[in-house]
Design a protein around this ligand. Sequence first.
Ligand code: NAP
Length: 254
Amino acid sequence: MDMGNRDTIGRRILILGGTTEARELAGLLVDAGYDVITSLAGRTGTPRFPPGIVRIGGFGGREGLARYIRDNCIDMLVDATHPFAAQISINCVAAALDAEVPLLRLERPAWQKPDGTTWVEVGTAQDAADALPRGARVLLTVGRQELGPFLARKGCHYTARMIEVPAGLPDDWQVIAARGPFTLEDELRLMQDRGITHLVTKNSGGTQVAGKLAAAARLSIPIIVIRRPNLPKAEAVDSVIRAHKSVTRIFRTG
Ligand code: NAP
């Protein structure tokens, strides 16, 4: 373990987290000797804590985040939030400009269409719900914040999997409270047991929950994929290792 050197000691990095990659990066940077604060939104009751310091809750928009950066003498911002957490990523770009600190975005690559599948790309959860044929038996893996359009799309049967289940879902929904990773075998069993005819997912990317795509492909189940939101431009990398290297480079040259 590298316990720090003149490039890292006293350098304070704020990671906007809530993802596996954010946790892994925090571990690498703490080991390298940086002061690391990870910020979590506080959406889940049982978050997984990364190494280093953790703070929880919103900042109060762009201004609040810029103020936090200044008040806490942050030297660099890393946006390692989920690709669908668009508002916080927009705020990161603006606040980094306001507070005059470098920003790096860690963005895992999007999933690509598996060979031989029916892959329907849509822009929103509403479009995904509209794309479902009447009578579809749907494996819904879009997270609890996006359920509205599917609650309104009657005539389908839903198996909905999410980390934390909100109260008040209809009795005829089958709800699975679970957090990945899920293996290909887990996903094949689930889809076969529930007689799934359609998979609905966000294009979250990453390996942890990608087994559902391979399982759907193998069972010839059409995949309805919600595209990622567009984000303002920022320096970006697509892996934890590259993020670590970029942080090192930015402090060496900065
Ligand atoms: P969002 O719509 O982009 O953010 C809404 C507001 O939540 C932000 O304006 C900010 O409030 C606060 N916020 C979001 N992430 C934060 C963080 N890491 N630390 C402090 N405040 C944060 O985000 P979301 O889609 O609700 O996602 C919330 C968190 O869950 C993200 O950190 C993300 O990494 C994680 N997550 C999201 C998804 C998803 O599909 N959206 C999936 C897995 C994990 P203020 O304006 O008050 O600062």
